[in-house]
Design a protein. Sequence first.
Length: 202
Amino acid sequence: MVYTNMSNVFRREKKIEKALKYARLSLEMKRMVDDKTGMALVYGNISDILIKLKRYEAAKKTAGLGIELALETGTLSALKNNYSGISLAYAGLNNKNQAYAFLLKYEAVKDSLFSIEKNKEFARLEMQYQVKSKEQEIEKQQAIIKKKEAIAEKNRTERNAMFGGIVLMILLLMVVLYSYIQKRKDNSIIREKNQNLEIANA
């Protein structure tokens, strides 16, 4: 990865020979660990560098190796880059037929990659939509639950208030009834005392 990055830096700085040197070092590192996908990608980079150096035959051979590995590993991005490289190499060698043939293959792979990316983007957007829909549904359910809880709490408060009112009314009635009974008792006692006094005075 370090060698690939350094190669890319030198390519941007137009130091093509140094870019080629580090690209080849990157290729050797990937070969040592049998990273065929990485090798296919690096072959594409080397082919591009060789084209800039106008070493078309070497670029064609390098891109050809990259195509083989890209097909073996199914690495479309590497296949696209190497098809582009070999097409440009054939164009540099004035072999227009082969240049055009590989250009068509390059375009086909590029379109496939574009479709794959579009499908990935569509799947990502669909997933986002589903997640958002689920979140909205959960929020809706939570709102319904909260509303039901609020109504239940209100009913409970009203019920408790009504029960409290009934209890208070019963207590008041009991007090009134007790007062009434006590008054009658007192009146009865007074009446009895008065009668006794009248008898005593007669």
